[in-house]
Each structure stands twice: as structure tokens, then as C-alpha cells.
Design a protein around this ligand. Structure first.
Ligand SMILES: [Zn+2]
Length: 346
């Protein structure tokens, strides 16, 4: 039985702290599922939304939280594949299900996609979460929902980016990861599982670089160093096979393009708004290709969760925080004080 009301952390106004509101617990309609949220990852993009840096929310107040996992609390008529009590992770990109992107499996690219907690749909910074279709749920075997929650974005997003770049990768050339926050840390782990090449990590924070080395990066470079590009070329005179930019400002994109070898791949993941300046005929690396990787699809989420469930993909450092501490988590993330990923436990 679902209770009548629940607590939810909601954004009422950009630049203001989230408010803990008392809301009616959603009831599942036909085909829908209500999840009791056990973990909701606090993402940098949430910090950008709360701060008003990327003010794209269609409506407010809104419950944020797009990295969600928990247990099935109630199912609507016709739901067949999950039942009450099942531990599940929630895929957060909810498309129309009928367009070409959706039917070919890339629901994350649907023009009508509604991202949970970033759209008209309330997210997981609440005790309960309404999920509009059972296909968005991936059942967890052994994995704790609090560990699974950040995987739905912080691991899924670099996973897709790395899969895109695999054809360009080679054991003869390293891969470059720019930005060693939550996504970058999962990128290091995933490159070690999938990539087969050495890893160079660039970040502006020395503590993040220390974390990168703990996770297995062979080389780290402080990207505030004006000689950062030369240092990468010293490590690999031919350039890197693939550069993953998890930041996406002008300087990081310039570093990514400057470091990538001929036939290499630059994959931009971070959406900080920078523009890449390209002068292909004058660069030292013709035939570099460039792509933007955007979140991940349902199939990729299943692959990521399978790797985590059987222990191949281990968690990054998690900091669990109750709903009441969510504004404190926001402040600390802004200051760069979260080592890995903060997970709200409503
Ligand atoms: Zn679609």
C-alpha cells in the first residue's frame, strides 16, 4: 500500500535552495510503475539547473533527480515484467516510443524525450517516483540500488562515449580523459575494462588527479598547466587515439583536438557550452573525427548494469546523504568537495 503523502526536494526558483515539500504520492496508471526511491545520484547537471546556468526547465516547481534506483512499490494494470519489491534501476530518457530514434533503440535521442527530473516529469529526490513504462526499469540482481543509481547517468554516459570511440582506439596510443568528476572517474574504469590502452587524465584539480591515479590512470596532467598539451605529446608523440571531453569548454575542446592523433576520435560529453575552433588544414592531425555523445540508450544501460551486477564495474566513491541535506550537497558539489558521487537517500 502506498502512503498518501511523501517528501520531495523541489526547485521553485533558479538560484534558490531546493525546498522540501509534502506532495501526494503518485498512483500508477495503466502500464505505469511507482518506485520507492532508495538512491538518487546528485549530478553536476543538477547543480547547473539549480544555479540557473542552464535554465531550460519547462515547469517549476519540479522535483529534480535523474539517476534513480529503488524498489517497485506499486504497478499499474497490464505491467508484466516487474512486481512489488523488485530492486530496479530507472532509465531516465523517456521518448515517444514511436519515432525512428526510439524504434532503433536510441530513445535518448528522441526529439520528444522527457528526461526524468529535467522535464515535466518529477525526478527522484523524493520518496516515490512515477515511471511511465516498465521498459524503463532494469532489474538488479545483487547490486544495491544506492550503488546502481549513479550508474544510470554517470556510468552510462561515458560508456556510450567510449563505445563510439572503440573503433578508433589502439593499444599503441593512449586515451585522454578530460575532467575527472563522476563521469570521468567512471570513464577511467570503463576504459580499463574495454579500451586496452594507457589512460591520460587531465583536470584542473590535483585531488581529482590523485583519484584518477588511484583508479588506474597511468598519466595525469593538471590542465591549468600551460604546457599541458606538450606534456601529452611527450607521453605519446603521435597523439592520443581518442579524447573524451567531460567538461566541454573552449580550453578543454582545444586540448582534446590538439592531443588527438590522425584517424583519432574526439568525443565531447560535457555540455558546458564551449565552441571548438577547427583549422583542419593547418593542424598536425588530419582525419580526426568528432562526435557528441549524449547520455546512453536502454540497451547500453542494461550492459552497464550487467557489468556492475557481476562485479566487473566497481563503484566510484559514494557519499550518501538524506533528503534534508540536499542543499548542503549542492553547495559542496559547487565547491568541488564531492570526491566521487553524492547519492540522495530519500
Ligand atoms: Zn522517439
Amino acid at each position: 500500500m502506498l502512503p498518501a503523502t511523501m517528501r520531495a526536494a523541489r526547485l521553485h526558483e533558479y538560484g534558490k535552495p531546493l525546498l522540501i515539500d509534502e506532495l501526494a504520492v503518485p498512483r500508477p496508471g495503466a502500464g505505469e510503475v511507482v518506485i520507492r526511491v532508495r538512491g538518487a545520484g546528485f549530478c553536476h547537471s543538477d547543480a547547473h539547473v539549480i544555479g540557473g546556468d542552464i535554465p531550460f526547465l519547462p515547469c517549476m516547481p519540479l522535483t529534480l533527480g535523474h539517476e534513480n534506483a529503488g524498489e517497485v512499490a506499486a504497478v499499474g494494470a497490464g505491467v508484466r515484467t516487474v512486481k512489488d519489491g523488485d530492486a530496479v534501476a530507472v532509465y531516465g530518457g523517456w521518448g515517444d516510443g514511436v519515432c525512428d530514434y526510439c524504434v532503433s533503440g536510441d530513445e535518448n535521442l528522441c526529439m520528444q524525450a522527457q528526461w526524468v527530473g529535467l522535464s515535466n516529469y518529477d525526478g527522484g529526490y523524493a520518496e516515490f517516483l512515477l515511471v511511465p513504462h516498465e521498459r524503463y526499469l532494469v532489474k538488479l540482481k545483487r547490486l544495491d540500488p544506492q550503488v546502481a543509481a549513479p550508474l544510470t547517468d554517470a556510468a552510462l554516459t561515458p560508456y556510450r562515449a567510449i563505445k563510439r570511440a572503440l573503433p578508433a582506439m589502439s593499444p599503441d596510443y593512449p586515451a585522454l580523459v578530460i575532467g575527472a568528476g563522476g563521469l570521468g572517474q567512471f570513464a577511467i574504469k570503463l576504459l580499463r575494462l574495454l579500451g586496452g590502452s594507457e589512460i591520460i587524465v587531465a583536470d584542473i584539480a590535483d585531488d581529482k588527479l590523485a583519484t584518477a591515479r588511484e583508479l588506474g590512470a597511468q598519466h595525469t596532467i593538471n590542465s591549468r598547466d600551460t604546457a599541458a598539451l606538450e606534456k601529452i605529446r611527450d607521453i605519446s608523440p603521435g597523439g592520443v587515439a581518442a579524447a573524451f571531453d567531460f567538461v566541454g569548454v573552449e580550453t578543454t575542446l582545444a586540448l582534446a583536438f590538439g592531443a588527438t592523433r590522425r584517424l583519432g576520435r574526439v568525443v565531447q560529453v560535457g555540455l558546458a557550452g564551449g565552441a571548438a575552433a577547427l583549422t583542419p588544414l593547418f593542424s598536425w592531425q588530419p582525419e580526426v573525427s568528432y562526435s557528441v555523445s549524449y547520455w546512453g540508450n536502454l540497451r547500453e544501460l542494461r550492459e552497464v548494469l550487467a557489468m556492475a551486477d557481476d562485479g566487473r564495474l566497481t563503484p566510484i566513491a559514494l557519499e550518501l546523504a538524506p533528503l534534508d541535506d540536499i542543499n548542503d550537497v549542492y553547495d559542496r558539489l559547487r565547491k568541488g568537495d564531492i570526491k566521487g558521487r553524492a547519492v540522495i537517500t530519500p
